[in-house]
Write a protein that binds this ligand. Structure first.
Ligand SMILES: Cc1cc2nc3c(=O)[nH]c(=O)nc-3n(C[C@H](O)[C@H](O)[C@H](O)COP(=O)(O)O)c2cc1C
Length: 372
């Protein structure tokens, strides 16, 4: 009896999935319409941004993403200006599709990075790290580039728009890498629901099309994912780095605590390992040096960034996932399979569309409420 019931349920589910597969082929226009603004702004088929990842997002990976119809971002953070120049040129050769250069405003070579990006007439520049200054935005725009910047509050968003930023990225603290303090759920209400002058792309904790559908309905023009793209065949991170993503649970991706208040640090979300503990030791050491006036605050913060750059390289390139920094978002708990970029994107697109169809059906099925 129980077995019969189970078989019936399974058949019903299969029929439902078949029906959705048919509907989905016909109703792709829901999705096409809903993310039109993001498509137009980025000039792509699929307004899904593969967020820049230092040591990972090089010319080949960025071109692979952009050639698959999504939007790649070249990570300048770890490069000398000469390397960046050559990587931009290589990307331009490998893809005719749009991509961005991600500039970290607190990186040691930032000013020269900007100069190189402008000289190469890159079509999109993403300012990350902290907020770009007015003259920097002006210089970037004068070269013809479209500007994206991270915003963390409504007032910062408005200020950036007034300064000429063309689109915003809202990144929740669930994300991997350097993170703010506020989760995406709050940022959506603080910024996305209040700002509609420019396209807004949202990031942090996204790893399913079902979630993307709801974010688009809330007003996002597109999304940015990092952790999800690490588990693609084209991502050339060390196999051990990818394996640790496959094994990890969401709760293993924790953000670094700040020790005391003497040294302000930007938190980093990564898988907890011995490298995490080493970072606490580094902070203590730097605080001691500060107390003895042996280093300035800027030098101390620079040491912190140098630590992360080296620790991330150790994990991504050498596969040292014990002492290196395995930067990952909490969405690491939602991914467990390595796929080609094209399949990874197709999956997100199918899921997003399926969810939009489901939502529409849900509304059609709602009967008007009548009190007895
Ligand atoms: C390994 C790693 C390195 C990253 N490096 C950068 C970077 O260089 N510049 C940047 O703006 N964001 C960086 N990020 C953030 C991503 O671009 C993206 O915004 C973030 O991963 C989105 O959150 P998710 O991981 O939950 O998808 C990095 C993230 C990871 C996981």
């Amino acid at each position: 009896m129980i077995r019969k019931k189970k078989a019936k349920k399974k058949l019903e589910l299969l029929q439902q999935e078949f029906l959705f597969a048919v509907i989905i082929r016909e109703k792709m226009e829901y999705l096409e319409n809903i993310w039109n603004k993001g498509k137009d702004f980025l000039g792509v088929k699929t307004p899904i941004i593969a967020g820049a990842m230092t040591w990972i997002s090089d010319s080949q990976f960025v071109a692979d993403v952009s050639n698959a119809g999504a939007f790649g971002c070249l990570a300048a953070g770890n490069m000398t200006p000469e390397m960046l120049d050559s990587e931009i040129k290589k990307t331009q050769e490998l893809t005719k599709n749009p991509f961005a250069v991600n500039l970290i405003t607190i990186a040691p070579h930032y000013k020269n990075h900007l100069k190189v990006a402008v000289e190469n007439k890159v079509r999109y520049i993403v300012f990350a790290g902290s907020f770009p200054r007015q003259p920097e935005i002006k210089t970037a725009k004068a070269s013809g580039a479209r500007i994206l910047s991270f915003a963390s509050t409504e007032s910062i968003a408005k200020r950036l728009i007034n300064m000429g930023v063309d689109a915003l990225i809202l990144e929740g603290s669930e994300a991997g890498g350097h993170v703010g303090h506020v989760s995406l759920g709050i940022l959506l209400q603080q910024v996305l629901f209040k700002v509609d002058e420019v396209p807004i792309f949202v990031a942090g904790g996204i790893a399913s099309g079902k979630y993307i559908a709801h974010l688009l309905l809330m007003g996002a023009s597109g999304v940015q994912l990092g952790t999800y793209f690490v588990l693609t065949e084209e991502c050339r991170a060390h196999p051990k780095f990818k394996q640790s993503f496959i094994k990890a649970k969401a709760r293993n991706a924790i953000s670094t605590p700040q020790i005391g208040s003497e040294l302000r640090i930007v938190a980093v979300r990564a898988l907890k390992n011995k490298g995490h503990d080493q970072f606490s030791d580094l902070q203590m050491d730097l605080i001691q040096k500060r107390r003895k006036n042996e280093i300035s605050l800027t030098e101390a913060q620079f040491e912190v960034e140098k630590f992360w750059m080296g620790a991330l390289r150790k994990a991504v390139q050498d596969g040292d996932v014990e002492f290196g920094s395995v930067m990952a978002g909490q969405s690491v708990g939602l991914v467990d399979k390595i796929r080609p970029i094209k399949d990874a994107l197709d999956l997100l697109i199918q899921e997003t569309n399926l969810e939009l169809v489901r939502i529409r059906k849900k509304f059609q099925d709602i009967k008007p409420y009548r009190s007895i």
